[in-house]
Design a protein around this ligand. Structure first.
Ligand SMILES: [Zn+2]
Length: 151
């Protein structure tokens, strides 16, 4: 995520997005900025109910095309994190438009994208993959990489 957006998240929600803990950067594209902003807002509200708990996010990255938010195990953030991770699949990681599916950018690198971004980069949509390759959490959404070379 670009520096300006990252700084805005650090400045707006310092108890959630801690600049020092996330010194390695918010490791996703700009299209999820609004989504992370909304997560920050809701996490902040949740924090007001249990101010003693540690709500600081440990890492933000992309795994199998999906947003991943790592936090302290004991923080009462689990439900919210799950909800926002799932929501990331509905938004284009590049520009935040509604996503039409998961696309292969590299053999091991996937992104949820809108049609326009996928067409712009001539990316192929990813199809079903056997569920054992993913955690039970994401079973219904498992898809497989279809490389143009393999077609
Ligand atoms: Zn897009």
């Amino acid at each position: 995520m670009n520096q300006i957006y990252s700084e805005e998240l650090f400045d707006t929600f310092p108890e959630i997005f801690d600049r020092k803990l996330l010194a390695g950067g918010i490791d996703c594209q700009d299209g999820w900025f609004d989504l992370l902003g909304e997560f920050g807002l809701q996490a902040q509200r949740l924090r007001q109910m249990t101010p003693s708990a540690d709500f600081r996010v440990r890492a933000i990255f992309v795994e199998d095309g999906m947003l991943r938010i790592r936090h302290q195990a004991e923080a009462p953030l689990g439900g919210l994190v799950h909800q926002f991770q799932q929501r990331s699949k509905t938004l284009c990681e590049l520009d935040g438009s509604p996503a039409v599916g998961l696309f292969a950018c590299q053999p091991r690198w996937h992104r949820y994208l809108c049609r326009r971004c996928a067409d712009l980069h001539e990316l192929m949509m990813v199809e079903k993959r056997p569920p054992m390759q993913y955690g039970a959490d994401d079973k219904e959404d498992c898809r497989v990489l279809v490389l143009s070379a393999a077609a």
